[in-house]
Design a protein around this ligand. Structure first.
Ligand code: MIC
Ligand code: SF4
Length: 755
């Protein structure tokens, strides 16, 4: 790419940054973290006279750009179409990456997916063309890798309709995952609202060496903070250890920060970022950033005395770090590699590794691939072939082209590895894994970020472990989860005992990046004549009909659709894999609503009681029956409900099917906002143990919804089967504006009205 995207926008932001930061420092009255510099320099109103309360104030921001991927862009753009604009208000892009299935290998898989998804890709390409959105074609790469290579810039603020948008923190941005409705607001020229985050500072000392990589930093952090430890917080990394990491390594750490629930993670501008900007063809941005370096990182006083400026501080010494393997079923179950033998035995995890998969948006940089390739090369030289199936998903065409030129693909092929298309593939369950339908208990290891039940291959009995690309490669070659390449040897094809040498690689390609066709399509200058058509009988796309507004009355006689037990991620609420094909068709995708959630009352999935007939049936069927009979319903859930993805389908589907409220112990951030945006009631038990009071045959009445007010809890009356009644208090975080969304039946209805 000879031309740098949106250079003028970056320039004008940098030009006013020094002044803005100075002003904020006065308002806040103390030295600033990087996070504060970025957030305060992107206020919708330009500036503020008061400091915001971390974890308290709702603040309006003006993001610099928006990114969307194919599986979420459909819904985001179906909503945007109704906002009445000719063009997007800020630079925006669409990336086709989630809908490509990994089966035999990149070329065939890509061709197959172009045929299968033709209607959707066409829709996305046309709508992008019409509204001035940059379009990255199927095969161009995974959204976050493409953003890092082309659009991310130090000090910028972006949002994206994917939870791993946070990846761009590796290049010093505040990049946040949101639902499509939030993206629509920004593309339509409106402010974007976020509760001002709390700040976690993580000081990295020492330097990575040997088998350790950036991935191990975040695997360790996930173990410490758990899947909800980062909720409502931005994580800011600093210290000599941070500066010694590559830019893409920083990206990996920020990427997987989504798995601790963090709003985002970021690093201050440094030499590694400068090198990355230059290497990816953006020397202009590097020069501009160098001129205002001190404003693109936290103040020195902050990093010298972090306890005074962050809400929580952790310190990790990279010299003492060990490779980690996290899982199964949750990304925060962290086991250092030296303890894996014990852990596997204690938990009875199948030791044989059936598949090793490297790549994804998390770990597919040139550095990652080169280090993994150094092990593949050793394997070939030392007479070993992987005992497990082994595959690579490059993150972008730029990386793929360059690693092919530099011989790494050949190295992998020599040990029988499969190269899949530059897309999400197995990471999002788009993996036609042979035999998965047998639902056998088995172990796989991958360098992705998520390992929720059934995520990769649809088999709930697959135990997926997350590790660095280096460790994943070594374990795939060994075919053994308990193999520790730091200490153990393997038997080669001559019967000799051999050990791996430590992996080696390159931070950036010594010969520079290269690509023939990066897969970008620029939008029309004036797209007003471009027409968008959606076939009436399409099973993949459906224009959106407005949701009904609130009738102003208390919701009464509501039934419990399901009381979900334990983990209920967005994958449980709206499964991906084969269901991805319906992401643009609300009514069709609604047929997967909550089918992965476990019913508290019978311990089963997708089997709930229909209170009208008394019979048990699938969740969507029962909910459709309630809708037809105008019976309001409520979903009850546990902690961190809606953890994982940004997909707003998990909020829109229940809404479409007539569910009125989601009542849980706690929410994941993006999901809570998505529910509010779509006009749902997102409520939490004031008293967590009230979860236990909800019984299967209860009828629930809202007592004071008519007085729905910001900051005031609501009361619900539970009427049990035996006629006994009790009231419980439920909390909510709606502000005045968000209450208006609820009243209007969703935020989009308000926009429609204002047109
Ligand atoms: C994911 O990793 O779960 C996804 C698929 O990228 C999602 C987005 C989606 O559901 O489309 C995410 O993380 O937001
Ligand atoms: Fe794609 Fe997986 Fe990254 Fe999500 S986490 S964007 S599915 S590669």
């Amino acid at each position: 790419m000879s031309e740098v995207f949106d250079l003028d926008m970056i320039k004008s932001h940098y030009n006013r940054l020094a002044e803005r930061v100075e002003k904020v420092r006065n308002v806040v009255g103390k030295p600033l973290t990087l996070t504060e510099k970025i957030l305060y320099s992107h206020l919708w109103n330009g500036s503020t006279d008061v400091a915001f309360e971390r974890g308290g104030s709702y603040v309006d921001f003006a993001p610099d750009r928006v990114a969307m991927q194919d599986a979420t862009a459909q819904m985001a753009l179906l909503q945007f179409m109704q906002a009445g604009r000719k063009k997007v208000a800020v630079p925006s892009t669409v990336h086709c990456d989630h809908l490509i299935q990994a089966r035999v290998g990149s070329t065939t898989d890509l061709t197959d997916s172009l045929i299968k998804n033709n209607e959707v890709f066409n829709f996305l390409s046309t709508i992008s063309n019409k509204y001035g959105i940059g379009f990255w074609k199927p095969g161009a790469g995974i959204i976050h890798q493409v953003v890092l290579e082309n659009y991310a810039f130090p000090g910028g603020l972006m949002i994206g309709t994917d939870s791993h948008t946070v990846n761009a923190g590796g290049l010093g941005m505040i990049a946040i995952g949101v639902g499509g409705a939030d993206a629509m607001d920004v593309m339509a020229g409106m402010a974007w609202e976020l509760k001002f985050p709390k700040l976690i500072g993580i000081k990295l000392t020492g330097k990575l060496s040997g088998w350790c990589s950036a991935k191990d930093v975040i695997l360790k952090v996930a173990g410490i903070l758990t899947v909800k430890g980062g909720t409502g917080c931005v994580v800011e990394y600093f210290g000599e250890g941070a500066q010694a990491l590559s830019c893409t390594g920083k990206g990996t750490i920020c990427n997987m920060g989504a798995e601790i629930g963090a709003t985002t993670s970021t690093f201050g501008y440094d030499d590694s970022m400068e090198r990355y900007l230059r290497s990816t063809g953006r020397p202009e941005v590097a020069d501009l950033a160098n001129d205002i370096r001190e404003h693109l990182t936290g103040d020195a006083e902050v990093y010298a005395n972090p306890e005074m400026y962050f809400d929580q501080v952790l310190e990790i010494n990279l010299d003492e770090l060990e490779p980690y393997i996290n899982g199964p079923f949750t990304p925060d179950l962290a086991t250092p590699i030296s303890k894996m033998k014990e852990a596997a035995a204690a938990n009875d995890w199948p030791i044989k590794v059936e598949a090793g998969l490297i790549g994804s948006c998390t770990n597919s940089s040139y550095e990652d691939i080169s280090r993994a390739a150094s092990l593949a090369k050793q394997a070939a030289e030392k007479g070993m072939v992987p005992k497990a199936e082994f595959s690579i998903t490059p993150g972008s065409e730029k990386v793929r082209f360059t690693i092919e030129r530099d011989g790494f693909i050949e190295t992998f092929s020599k040990i029988g590895a499969k190269v899949f298309a530059n897309a999400c593939g197995p990471c999002i369950g788009m993996w036609a894994r042979t035999g998965a339908e047998k639902k056998e208990r088995n172990t796989i290891v991958h360098s992705f970020n998520r390992n929720f039940s059934a995520r990769q291959d649809g088999n709930p009995n697959t135990m997926a472990f997350v590790a660095s690309p280096e460790i994943t490669t070594a374990l795939a070659i060994a075919g053994d989860l308990t193999f520790n390449p730091l200490t153990d040897s393997l038997t080669n094809n001559k019967g000799e005992q051999v050990m791996f040498d430590v992996p080696t690689g390159f931070e950036l390609p010594p010969l520079g990046f290269e690509v023939k066709d990066a897969g970008y399509q620029a939008p029309a200058e004036d797209g007003s004549a471009v027409e968008i058509t959606v076939a009436e009988d399409s099973e993949r796309l459906q224009l959106l009909a407005p949701f009904a507004d609130w009738n102003g009355a208390n919701i009464e006689n509501a039934r419990v659709l399901i009381k979900a037990k334990g983990k209920c991620t967005t994958d449980h609420i709206s499964m991906a894999g084969q269901w991805l094909r319906f992401r643009g068709h609300l009514d069709n995708i609604a047929n997967n609503t909550l089918i992965g959630a476990t019913n508290f009352f019978n311990g089963e999935q997708n089997k709930v009681k229909n209170q009208i007939t008394g019979e048990y049936a699938e969740v969507p069927t029962v909910q459709r029956a309630y809708k037809a009979a105008s019976v309001p319903s409520i979903v009850v859930g546990d902690h961190n409900y809606g953890e994982g993805s940004s997909r707003e389908h998990a909020a829109m589907q229940p809404r479409h099917l007539g569910v009125r409220a989601i009542l849980v112990k706690s929410f994941a951030r993006i999901h809570e906002t998505n529910l509010k945006k779509q006009g749902m009631l997102a409520l939490t038990f004031a008293n967590e143990t009230d979860y236990d009071k909800i019984q299967e045959n209860d009828t629930i009445n809202f007592v004071d919804l008519v007085n729905f007010t910001a900051g005031k809890p609501l009361t619900l009356e539970l009427v049990h089967e035996d006629g006994s009644k009790e009231n419980i208090l439920v909390n909510h975080t709606y502000n005045d504006q968000q209450i208006e969304w609820f009243k209007a039946g969703g935020a989009l209805n308000l926009i429609r009205k204002s047109l």
